[in-house]
Structures are given as structure tokens and as C-alpha cells.
Ligand binder design. Structure first.
Ligand code: AHG
Ligand code: MN
Ligand code: MN
Length: 338
């Protein structure tokens, strides 16, 4: 239960104050992200009313059709980031490459552009037209290079280097989840005052669940180990809570959020069509892995910890097994045994 009334901005400032060397820049940066997400939330809510839905006809760099709301979300996030002055590069699922940002965008001469941001501006975009929850995923790193606009090496850091990560889910209400390395905290947008208000502090994911989330339409293309694992979950055994329930929305953010609260395992494995899985390491897997570990859960690609993977390209994909610790451990065992 929440004992005090608190806003997102006040919460991140209080957390940052615990580090004497903190300059307040990270708080400002996260507040900028929250601001952009409030605007996206408003647009998501109005989308059905003002007829902005439908395909633009363009394809994004992943070869998928882009919808107008994806473009809108991408534009607002990149513009707010450029104007904020705290980052030297922004990387987005919707952009071909990273966008370097020069120091001249810094708000004043004492503020350096020391951070990098990665975004999946609109996750679950195939669900936009059918009023199903969608989201925004973000992650923040410190730059490696010393000054000027950011370089590719700043953008391709391992996930464990994240200093903050989170997501916003545009559902029956708009919820922001974030971690700056000190637990996971949830905020609910109060649309009447336009503030994200603290709704849960130090969220922890149940160690074991009875829910699995996977696109079973891909079954025939899975490895033998993956097939055996899902068949195992369907067998009846009351002692281990089997059979598990299946829950799959098709918006990673929404599937992940439900599993974070109730417990569950989400899997997007490699298959014959997607040899490296479907989800993107930098925009989806890393930020959610940072969150799940902060909440006491586990995240791997079936072989190694997601946060330890050295990225080789911005749009790299990865298999993803993420959620309640005991469930992920068992899934890994099945995958390894094949
Ligand atoms: P995005 O809309 O950002 O491209 O992400 C879509 C992703 C993810 O949200 C979801 O978990 C997955 O695609 C669903 O894929 P399938 O339709 O193949 O199940
Ligand atoms: Mn996505
Ligand atoms: Mn997306």
C-alpha cells in the first residue's frame, strides 16, 4: 500500500538525492520522458475519435508497416529529448540509425549531454486499431565518449550498464513503471491533474507463477526443448500448479506488466522463421530485463543473461525468456536439454 501522496518527479528527485554526486540531470531527463508519454497517452486516447488511425503506407527499418501513431510517438519522444539537453544521442526502433545530438542543445553551459536514450516509441502497434493496450519502452545509459555528439559505441552498451529503464502502458489507465537501480515503482496518470501519481513502490514479481505468455501459433517452428516445455506446462499436476493458464495479448508491454504483477513467464523464442527471435535487444529486451531483475525476476535468451549480451547492432534481435525466476529457470533447463 502507498502511504504517501507522491508524484513521479518528486519520487525520482528523492531517489537521486541519495547519491551525493548527483546533479539532478537524470531526474530532469526522466521527467522529459514522462512528459512525452503524457502527450502520447492523450493521443492514444483520442485516436479513435479523430480518425488518425490507419497505415501511413511507409515501412519502418524492421520492414513492418508503420502506423500514424508510431510516427507521432517517435517524433514527440525524439523532439523532447533533443530539446531537453541531457542526451548526446537518441536511438529508436523507428529510426534507421541513432540520432546524434550536439552539446549546443544543452540548456545551459553547466549541463553536459551525458546520457543516451533508447526507445520503442509504440510497442504493440498491431493492436492500435482494436483498442488493446499498447505502450512505450525506454532505457537510459551514460555516454562513454567524453564530449560532442554521441557515437555508435555510446549506443551499443550492455544492458547491465543501464542507469534507468521503464515503460508506460496505455491501458484502462496509463501506468508508468520505472527503475533507476533502486527497485521498481509504478505510477498511474491522473488525467485530471496531468500527473503520474505513485501507486506501488518496490514492486516484486512472484518467484513462481501459473501463467505463460507465448505466441503458440509459432509452435511448429519451435525447437524440441521449447515444444516440450510448453507441453509440460499444460500437463495436470496440482503440486506444481499445472496446468498453467495461457495469457497472450501481443503487446509485449501489456503481457510483461500483467506478469510483473501476478507472476508469469513471457517467451518469444527463436523459431524457424525468426532464427534470433523477434524482439529487439536494445529497445525491448534490455529495458524490461533491467526492470524484471530489479523486481526479483529473471531474464535470459535461453543461454545467457540478457543484460550481459554485447550488442553488435542497434536493431539486433534476441530470443527472450522473462518473468518469475523459477519459471524462467525451468524453461532454460528444457531449452538446454532440447
Ligand atoms: P512493436 O509493435 O514495437 O513492433 O512490437 C511488437 C512485438 C511485441 O509487442 C509483441 O510481444 C510481439 O511483437 C508480438 O509478436 P507476434 O505477433 O509475432 O506474437
Ligand atoms: Mn515493440
Ligand atoms: Mn514499436
Amino acid at each position: 500500500m502507498v502511504s504517501k501522496f507522491n508524484t513521479f518527479y518528486r519520487h525520482i528527485i528523492e531517489q537521486e538525492r541519495e547519491f551525493p554526486e548527483a546533479t539532478g540531470q537524470l531526474s530532469d531527463l526522466l521527467a522529459d520522458i514522462a512528459l512525452a508519454c503524457k502527450v502520447i497517452s492523450l493521443e492514444v486516447n483520442r485516436a479513435g475519435l479523430i480518425d488518425i488511425l490507419g497505415f501511413t503506407g511507409d515501412e519502418n527499418v524492421q520492414g513492418e508497416q508503420v502506423k500514424k501513431l508510431d510516427v507521432f510517438a517517435n517524433d514527440i519522444l525524439t523532439n523532447v529529448m533533443k530539446q531537453g539537453g541531457h542526451i548526446c544521442a537518441v536511438c529508436s526502433e523507428e529510426e534507421v540509425s541513432f540520432i546524434p545530438i550536439d552539446e549546443k542543445f544543452s540548456k545551459n553551459k553547466f549541463v553536459s549531454n551525458k546520457y543516451i536514450c533508447h526507445f520503442d516509441p509504440l510497442d504493440g502497434s498491431s493492436n492500435i486499431d482494436v483498442n488493446v493496450s499498447i505502450g512505450t519502452i525506454f532505457s537510459v545509459y551514460k555516454r562513454i565518449t567524453k564530449s560532442g555528439p554521441g557515437a555508435l559505441e555510446d549506443c551499443l552498451q550492455k544492458g547491465y550498464e543501464q542507469v534507468a529503464a521503464g515503460y508506460v502502458i496505455y491501458g484502462s489507465s496509463t501506468v508508468l513503471a520505472y527503475s533507476a537501480g533502486k527497485g521498481v515503482h509504478l505510477f498511474t496518470l491522473d488525467p485530471s491533474v496531468g500527473e503520474f501519481l505513485l501507486s506501488s513502490e518496490n514492486v516484486s514479481i512472484p518467484k513462481k507463477s501459473r501463467i505463460y505468455s507465448v505466441n503458440e501459433g509459432n509452435y511448429s517452428g519451435w525447437s524440441e526443448g521449447m515444444k516440450k516445455y510448453i507441453s509440460h506446462l499444460k500437463m495436470s499436476d496440482p503440486e506444481t500448479d499445472r496446468p498453467y493458464s495461457s495469457r497472450y495479448i501481443g503487446s509485449l508491454v501489456a503481457d510483461f506488466h500483467r506478469n510483473l504483477i501476478y507472476g508469469g513467464i513471457f517467451i518469444y523464442p527463436a523459431d524457424v522463421k525468426n532464427l534470433k527471435g523477434k524482439l529487439r535487444l536494445m529497445y525491448e529486451a534490455n529495458p524490461l530485463s533491467f526492470i524484471v531483475e530489479q523486481a526479483g525476476g529473471r531474464s535470459t535468451d535461453g543461454d545467457k543473461r540478457i543484460l550481459d549480451i554485447q550488442p553488435e547492432s542497434l536493431h539486433q534481435r534476441t530470443p527472450l525468456l522473462i518473468g518469475s525466476e523459477e519459471d524462467v529457470l525451468l524453461a532454460e533447463k528444457f531449452l538446454k536439454e532440447g
